[in-house]
Ligand binder design. Structure first.
Ligand code: ADP
Length: 558
């Protein structure tokens, strides 16, 4: 491929080398190219994916001063130091600096001294800063951590709302918004709050983790849960508790370690005691521990002195081991984003690693209580916030319900379909699918095609329950009124009960064949790929729900 800007503009390849890099990582050149040509870009890639280069490089090569908005002062200071070390003039503006220092930096900025100026969002309220921005040449405004503008996001910063005004002030500047966490809904919100058109180019990439084998197990009985955890640890770490390979060097990063995430502090303590009793070198980690104890656990983990850390979600920042071989969740976290971030700490070295999510019927009421209680001693959260968080959690539970490749379903959730594998061959669903491949794929295909034809008939009219009634051949006023009772689909799957059919349809949602639309009253739609599956043009790679075992998740609303 041609390098961005090759031949007809700034020398990006030269700038890349000046910044100390030999070559682009996958996707970086494309992102810069789109930004240069279309002047707007929303870039979604995981943390560590190399997003900074997509503004540092144009910033250092284009004439004028690029403005970078970032809420993380430590990170700004780091990047400024690295740029200056490479001879790129850069600075940052944050209220942690003494007043005279800010004035001096603003003065130099007004004289066009800097190629890049990093700005904390509270600076947007300062007239002096805004005035300088209007007077100097600004080729690019980059917004790092752009999801901070979303009130639904986990990290809302009210100051970010002013970015829209800055962009309106500088209509000729290119705009790059970067984030690691945006789902399609949040992405739309980012664009609208920044005042960018809905057809702004978006690039989503880097979410695929093909070396992770994702498993979900529904296990209520305590004994069998413990057996499953013990078995998983031994399999993933490749050793029995207490075993130390001879000549093992603590620095040897290939030795392997595991993280167990627990829903409460109490459970971290209980589970780590249990594992120690079994002979593992395990410690608990949560925000209720004294600082020195937390540091000690973190340090022992870093030095390879622990087989396992049992932690709440407080354990995360600064996990520097690439050889985490397993991440086990004793209960589902609050969202697919949180889950994928936590399980993504396994296998950073690119070698095989395992994620096990344990679910049980009690998870639903527990999460509901956690959500309603809100964050600590604040007043209880607003009903709309509770509702939003609950729906976010239900998305994770629907993913856990499974039926199609777990890896691909997560990529679909993030909108990173380009990297889907068409089945990862390692998750529990893919393995079960291939184990059952000889059973009767024709029967599965037939059932799925019938289910999708019901969706096609109620497409954009009603919700999932109407599709269930249609398939069961149940009396339903909506089906009478619309004449659907007279179609061959009516009663096409009458051998199956309602809850089973609902689970089947939810699995079709997770597989990407069925989706929802509509604001106050969601109605189903058959997606393009779903239509192809219905017609038999694409195989129905789906695990049917088990027959006689009603699941806790049947309690979930459609
Ligand atoms: P993000 O902002 O997406 O979280 P960063 O921009 O901080 O990620 O990049 C993560 C790391 O990858 C940094 O240490 C950066 O120096 C490095 N990096 C980025 N692009 C390249 C490249 N083309 N070649 C080598 N290293 C790179």
């Amino acid at each position: 491929r041609q390098e961005p800007g090759a031949g007809d503009g700034p020398d990006f390849l030269g700038a890349l080398q000046r910044l100390g890099y030999q070559s682009f990582r996958p996707g970086q050149a494309e992102a810069i190219e789109v930004l240069m040509q279309r002047r707007r870009l929303l870039l979604v890639a995981p943390t560590g994916g190399g997003k900074s280069l997509t503004f540092q490089l144009p910033g250092s090569a284009l004439p004028g001063t690029t403005i970078v908005l970032s809420p993380l002062i430590a990170l700004m200071a780091d990047q400024v130091r690295a740029l200056e070390a490479r001879g790129v003039t850069a600075t940052f503006l944050a209220s942690t600096l003494p007043g005279p220092e800010i004035s001096a930096r603003l003065g130099a900025m007004a004289r066009g001294h800097y190629k890049l100026v990093y700005v904390a969002p509270e600076r947007l309220g300062a007239p002096a800063f805004r005035d300088i921005c209007r007077r100097i040449a600004v080729p690019l405004i980059a917004i790092d951590e752009a999801h901070c503008i979303s009130e639904w996001g986990h990290d809302f910063r009210p100051e970010y709302l002013q970015i829209g005004e800055l962009l309106a002030d500088l209509p000729r500047a290119r705009v790059l918004a970067c984030t690691a966490t945006a789902t399609p809904v949040v992405r739309d919100e980012i664009l609208s709050r920044l005042g960018l058109p809905a057809d702004t180019p978006q690039i989503v990439r880097g979410f695929a983790r093909p070396n992770l084998a994702l498993h979900v197990a529904e296990e209520e009985d305590r004994r069998s849960r413990e057996r499953l955890i013990d078995h998983t640890l031994e399999a993933a770490l490749g050793r029995a508790p207490g075993a130390r390979p001879s000549g093992h060097d603590a620095e040897d990063m290939s030795y392997g370690t595991a993280i167990i995430y627990a829903p409460t502090r109490k459970v971290t303590e209980q589970e780590s005691v249990r594992l120690v009793t079994r002979g593992w070198r395990a410690e608990a980690y949560h925000a209720g521990l004294e600082g020195p104890q937390r540091d000690r656990v973190q340090a022992r983990f870093s030095r390879g002195e622990l087989d396992i850390v049992v932690a709440t979600n407080a354990f995360g920042m600064g996990i520097d081991r690439g050889d985490v071989r397993a991440v086990i969740h004793l209960a589902p976290p609050g969202s697919i984003e949180a889950y994928y971030q936590e399980v993504g700490r396994a296998g950073r070295d690119g070698r095989d690693a395992l994620g096990l999510l344990l679910i049980a019927p009690g998870d639903l009421p527990l999460r509901r209580r956690l959500i309603e209680r809100g964050g600590g001693d604040d007043s209880p959260p607003a009903p709309a916030v509770v509702e939003h968080k609950w729906n976010t959690f239900l998305e994770l539970m629907r993913w856990a319900e499974g039926g199609s490749c777990r890896h691909d379903a997560i990529l679909r959730h993030f909108g990173d379909e380009g990297e889907a594998l068409g089945g990862c061959a390692r998750c529990d669903v893919c393995r079960q699918l291939s184990a059952e491949a000889d059973d009767d794929p024709e029967a599965t295909t037939l059932i799925v095609r019938k289910a999708l034809s019901a969706v096609a008939r109620i497409h954009r009219r009603f919700g999932l329950q109407a599709a269930v009634s249609l398939l069961r051949g149940a009396a339903d006023e909506r089906l009478e009124r619309t004449g659907l009772v007279n179609t061959p689909t009516f009663g096409a799957l009458r051998d199956h009960d309602g809850p089973w059919l609902l689970r089947l349809l939810r699995r079709c949602v997770v597989a990407g064949w069925v989706d929802f639309t509509g604001d106050d009253r969601p109605v189903v739609v058959l997606t393009d790929i779903g239509r192809q599956v219905m017609r038999g043009a694409v195989p129905a790679r789906l695990l049917l729900p088990p027959r006689h075992r009603p699941a806790a998740k049947d309690m979930l609303p459609g």
